[in-house]
Design a protein around this ligand. Structure first.
Ligand code: UD1
Ligand code: CA
Length: 468
């Protein structure tokens, strides 16, 4: 491809510079999904299926994609404001869907037809279809399947040239034996395409306007059909029900897992990881089973993630260790930090190098300085903690007065005894100490001990009551 970003044109081998117009068929309701959402908004890896299809076209420097919608049109449009939308109020067939888009298609373009519910199609495969369409040919993506049930079959003549597509329900016994199937993805010259779809009829087993009938029309017009093939079969698979959607999800996740492993990441089980967004990993990273990564997550070198962690939009520094069952969101973690097990780090948490968060600790908008520790059963919210400070078990920052949030500031080398409540706004200055069980409502000065627990009393010879 050449310098074509701005103009929406790309140079396809042998065809000079041509404008590519993606046309995505997405009007189907997806009845079998039994969802209130239009089918193409159902997600694979946290992204709507239609989003995956659009992403596959991005590197081709195309014109703004045209999307044919039907059921749930408004929702689809709101989700993808950069597309051009055409409504097909009645789903009368794939050929009819293309007819609806005829006015929106620039006459001098090469139209690339895709399905919104075939999400794993790859850019390289689309490139091959476009190349097949060079020199005025029609590029058709076909595949050979062991079980071709339900698909349109590719009919070839004695010389091996494609002459037509016959739909499963219209096929003769002989044609049903054909293993080469129509994926539905094709590239054709816009003027021809519009001419052909306007000539379609619905005299067939399903009473639909079949887009596939344009193949025979193209051949009759002397346009050769050049086939291309996908690199792997999941690329051409559609999702018609929840089971198929889940299968595509697993297939996609396995691809992502393999990419990670090729980059050197150790995965305990590539079948038990879920990446819903972008996960980057440095060298010598290891990830145990059942971890979920959402949004943008960056793991530096030597990071270890134990089993069953959920990590969302966070960065984890060199050598840090996230123990099992931790839940981490919008958090920045420095180097050599230990977290968990069972930690919950919420938005705005920053853990400096060599700090430590132990089990059943929740943090929110909290900075923990170098070498500081919150090891057990605590809540720190809206809190800034200095270096080498120890927050004892069961310490709670009372940051909320029922109406407003307030800040807690804790200096360097502070020691907070267990089961203390720090009522914000409050500051514990450097080198101060809080005795266990204290409720701190006033600032604690440097090098002092604050203690609010009541004095222990003693009753000698005390006898416990006995049962009457
Ligand atoms: C179609 C092809 C078939 C091919 C198969 C691959 C035709 C006639 N048949 O069959 O050769 O093997 O795909 O999966 O093209 N759509 C609309 N409007 C409509 C009908 C469909 O937008 O009126 C959309 C659907 O949302 C879907 C796509 O077009 O994304 C394909 O429709 P579908 O009903 O799945 O086509 P098939 O009958 O399976
Ligand atoms: Ca289908």
């Amino acid at each position: 491809m050449t310098d074509s970003q701005a103009t929406g044109s790309a140079s396809i081998k042998g065809s000079g510079s041509i404008r590519i117009q993606p046309l995505i068929l997405a009007a189907g309701k997806g009845t079998r999904m039994k969802s209130d959402l239009p089918k193409v908004l159902l997600q694979i890896a946290g992204k709507p299926m239609l989003g995956h299809v659009l992403d596959a076209t991005k590197e081709l420097n195309t014109l703004a994609p045209i999307v044919v919608t039907g059921f749930g049109s408004d929702q689809v449009q709101q989700s993808f404001p950069d597309c051009i939308f055409v409504e097909q109020t009645e789903q009368l067939g794939t050929g009819h869907a293309v007819q609806m888009a005829a006015d929106a298609i620039p006459a001098d373009s090469l139209v690339l037809i895709l399905y919104g519910d075939v999400p794993l199609i790859q850019t390289e495969t689309l490139q091959a279809v476009l190349e097949a369409a060079s020199d005025g040919k029609l590029g058709l993506l076909t595949a050979h399947l062991q079980d071709a049930t339900g698909y349109g079959r590719i009919v070839r003549n004695g010389e091996g040239a494609v002459t037509s597509i016959v739909e499963h329900k219209d096929a003769s016994a002989e044609q049903l034996a054909i293993k080469e199937i129509n994926t539905g993805i094709l590239a054709a010259d816009a003027k021809n395409l519009v001419k052909w779809v306007s000539a379609l009829n619905n005299n067939n087993a399903q009473g639909e306007y079949y887009l596939t009938d344009i193949i025979a029309m193209a051949v009759a017009d002397g346009v050769a059909i050049q086939t291309a093939h996908p690199a792997n079969q999941t690329e051409i698979e559609g999702a018609n029900d929840r089971a198929q959607l889940a299968e595509l999800e697993r297939a996609y996740q396995l691809q992502l897992a393999k990419k990670l492993m090729q980059g050197g990441t150790a995965l305990a089980d590539p079948n038990r990881i879920d990446i819903r967004g972008k996960l980057t990993a440095g060298k010598n990273v290891s990830i145990d089973v059942n971890c979920i990564f959402e949004g943008d997550v960056a793991l530096s070198d030597n990071v270890t993630i134990e089993a069953n962690c959920l990590i969302r939009n966070s960065n984890i520094g060199n050598g840090s260790h996230i123990k099992a069952f931790s839940h981490i969101e919008k958090t920045d973690i420095g180097q050599g930090v230990d977290v968990g097990p069972y930690a919950r780090l919420r938005e705005g948490t920053e853990l400096a190098d060599n700090s430590k968060i132990g089990n059943f600790v929740e943090t929110k908008k909290t900075k923990l300085g170098k070498g500081s520790k919150i090891n057990h059963l605590s809540y720190a919210g809206d809190t800034e903690i200095g270096e080498n400070t120890n927050i004892g078990a069961g310490t709670i920052t009372c940051n909320y007065d029922g109406a407003n949030k307030h800040k807690t500031k804790i200096g360097d080398n502070v020691f907070v005894g267990s089961n203390s409540a720090l009522v914000a706004p409050v500051e514990l200055k450097d080198d101060s100490t809080v005795g266990a069980g204290s409720t701190i409502t006033k600032d604690v000065e440097e090098n002092t001990l604050a203690l609010t627990r009541s004095k222990q009393s003693q009753i000698d010879g005390w006898k416990r009551p006995t049962k009457k």
